[in-house]
Design a protein around this ligand. Structure first.
Ligand SMILES: [Zn+2]
Length: 230
């Protein structure tokens, strides 16, 4: 009651903020142009909930990069998607037999994408269950992407190790700087672009002279005064 009494008030719970801050910022999902293009075609072609897997890596910046995506062999349904063990095994075999770095590629599969066709991109119960299965495979993290034909792509980052899910993470197309191209463009720049050289007459008092500025200011103030009926 009395704010100045000798006894402190007991602590009582307030309306908690419950905000989580990630040290180093909230990670984004970056997508290579090749992966973006393939995923768009998958979504455009499929009228069911088609699904795929992809490689992902964590960049030094903390962001996640989707590198390459692979369509799974699957039985599709209009409103559900499931990753079958057979589909994953077939993809692993395909990569290992067709690519020199196939084994490495299989171990870097940390992305699952699927289409919700024309529905919203919020995850279904099945989608959440699938992410719990990935966790049991002892991955530190996994990225999920849900897409639809209405131009929406939603990525969720599951940081299993930290026990954090970044829902609807910011995403962007990955645009690496090509150093070879950069060197060429720099050479072209120094050949074609140079500072303008002004001749003495362009700095004449006629353009920016003190007298002219002064008269312009006076003229303006007179005009303004007149308009307001002073
Ligand atoms: Zn889904």
């Amino acid at each position: 009651m009395n704010r100045f009494s000798a006894v402190a008030d007991p602590f009582v719970p307030h309306e908690f903020g419950r905000k989580v801050e990630l040290m180093g910022g909230v990670p984004r999902v970056l997508v290579t142009r090749a992966a973006y293009s393939r995923m768009w075609h998958y979504v455009d072609i499929g009228d069911e909930e088609v699904g795929w897997l992809g490689t992902a890596e964590r960049l030094p910046s903390g962001d996640f990069l989707i590198g390459e995506v692979f369509l799974l062999e699957q039985e599709v349904h209009a409103t559900t998607t499931e990753i079958s063990a057979e589909g994953v095994a077939a993809l692993a075999e395909e990569l290992i037999t067709s690519r020199p770095d196939g084994v490495e590629m299989v171990s870097s599969i940390r992305f699952w994408g699927h289409s919700h066709v024309r529905m919203g991109t919020s995850p279904s119960g099945q989608d959440e269950f699938q992410m719990r299965l990935f966790r049991e495979n002892e991955c530190d993290w996994f990225v999920r992407g849900i897409f639809n034909k209405l131009g929406r792509a939603q990525f969720d980052i599951f940081l299993y190790k930290e026990g954090v899910i970044v829902r609807d993470a910011a995403w962007a197309i990955f645009e690496p700087v090509d150093t070879g191209e950069r060197t060429q463009i720099e050479a072209e720049f120094s050949a074609k672009v140079r500072p303008k050289k002004y001749s003495a007459s362009e700095f004449g008092f006629g353009r920016f002279g003190g007298g002219e500025v002064q008269s312009a200011v006076i003229g303006h103030s007179k005009k303004k005064g007149g308009r307001h009926g002073r």
